[in-house]
Ligand binder design. Structure first.
Ligand SMILES: CC(=O)SCCNC(=O)CCNC(=O)[C@H](O)C(C)(C)COP(=O)(O)OP(=O)(O)OC[C@H]1O[C@@H](n2cnc3c(N)ncnc32)[C@H](O)[C@@H]1OP(=O)(O)O
Ligand SMILES: O=C([O-])CC(=O)C(=O)O
Length: 380
């Protein structure tokens, strides 16, 4: 029996499906959704519109967008049982563990959760997109010993989230900045968490199981968890004049720098450029923040030292400074990534399920081939 011995470590470059959602050219730093550059989505669109466009796989017409917007608003409330669970969670719970638990519980409470027809998957996607914001805001408030703020129906998705976390309405500029940050995180091809969501749903499991798996995958520091780790690094560095030495010491030690490097981008991640511009704009307006100055030095030091390996800032590098400026604590950076990526996960699962095939790769077996069972007393 012959076995193909080739291994694609980390599944690098392996294509297992077709998709019409997202195109990435990692060498040239190009990212498009439905063929439209990410910069245009960021400048001209909204989180709601991009979410619907990915679910439809085309730009919606005005009436479709208005209806989707109304549907999201009508679905913002979460069940009272879930609010109670959130209140009972340990105050020091890891927010991604708390989110994973809450989404799993939401599935338990949803009468439709076992229905995997396209219609049911779409209805569940709308609820998940709308309610993740309410769940994360409630968790943030409860963990800080504050009253949970109910969602409002007269604000945008981004504006309502900021309202729910702060208890006061954001300025239009703050709401728009957060909306842009969400847009930049909505989808990114076959990243680890989207792949995980698809792998789970390829067994014909339900949407909530797929999303719970995806949240678990996003949590890791090599993926979405890197944005929080960037902030940890900024705290360790402390001041801009220490940044270069800090990075050089880490690289001498062969340690990885968080928020830089990417499996696909070997030039620059276009999302980090957009985020850097906004971070710079806020920094200029309010007098350059220490964090922004440290990041500038880290970027320069990393690119000087290992830019030739294709290591540049990724989306997680500058996002944290934008969130910090909006008053969000670092422990919630990764849940906020999920708040945006939920739309990409749902759209990807729905697309893949139209022509589903069980995901089941192989490994090359390198263990014994001629062993026999030994009784316990005969083993040494
Ligand atoms: C939303 C997102 O998921 S974006 C990614 C978020 N993750 C991070 O920011 C964590 C830091 N970055 C990394 O760990 C990596 O760049 C990853 C996991 C994102 C991609 O990794 P891979 O494609 O597997 O690249 P790999 O780890 O093989 O690195 C290739 C080379 O670049 C180096 N390298 C890659 N990333 C980094 C980094 N962040 N810091 C220092 N060196 C790095 C590796 O040491 C390796 O060097 P070598 O060839 O001399 O051994
Ligand atoms: O594509 C990836 O591997 C990681 C990433 O940038 C994302 O998920 O946004």
């Amino acid at each position: 029996m012959t076995q193909n011995q080739e291994i694609a470590k980390g599944l690098e470059g392996v294509r297992f499906t077709e998709s019409k959602l997202t195109f990435i050219n990692g060498q040239e730093g190009i990212l498009t959704h439905l063929g439209i550059p990410i910069q245009e989505w960021a400048e001209q669109s909204t989180f709601e519109e991009l979410s619907l466009a990915l679910l439809l796989r085309r730009l919606p017409i005005a009436q479709e967008l208005a209806e989707f917007d109304a549907e999201l608003k009508a679905n913002r409330e979460i069940p009272e049982e879930l609010t109670q669970l959130i209140r009972q969670m340990p105050q020091d719970a890891n927010p991604m563990q708390a989110l994973r638990t809450a989404v799993s519980y939401l599935g338990l409470l949803d009468q439709q959760s076992e229905d995997i027809t396209p219609e049911a998957r779409r209805a569940i996607s709308v609820r998940l997109i709308a309610q993740l914001a309410t769940i994360i805001a409630a968790q943030m408030r409860a963990a800080n010993g504050k009253d949970i703020v109910a969602p409002r129906q007269d604000l945008s998705h981004a504006g309502n989230f900021l309202y729910m976390i702060n208890g006061t309405e954001p300025t239009p500029e703050q709401a728009r900045l957060f909306d842009i940050a969400l847009i930049l995180h909505v989808d990114h091809g076959m990243n680890a968490s989207t792949f995980t969501a698809i792998a789970t749903s390829s067994t014909l499991s339900d949407m909530y199981s797929a999303m719970t798996s995806a949240i678990g995958a996003l949590k890791g520091p090599l993926h979405g968890g890197a944005n929080e780790q960037v902030m940890v690094m900024l705290e360790e560095v402390g001041s801009p004049d220490k940044a270069a030495d800090y990075i050089n010491a880490k690289l001498d030690n062969k340690e990885k720098i968080m928020g830089v490097g990417h499996r696909v981008y070997k030039n620059f991640d276009p999302r980090s450029r957009v985020l850097r511009d906004y971070a710079a704009m806020v920094a200029d307006k309010e007098g350059k923040s220490t964090n922004y100055q440290i990041l500038e030095t880290i970027e320069k030091t990393v690119v000087d030292r290992i830019g030739d390996k294709g290591i540049y800032p990724n989306v997680d590098f500058y996002s944290g400074t934008v969130y910090t400026d909006l008053g969000i604590e670092k422990e919630y950076f990764t849940p906020i990534f999920a708040l945006a990526r939920i739309s990409g996960w749902c759209a990807s699962v729905m697309e893949y399920s139209e022509d589903n095939r069980l995901l089941r790769p192989s490994s090359v077996y390198t263990g014994d081939t001629d062993a026999h069972y030994l009784n316990l007393e005969d083993r040494s």
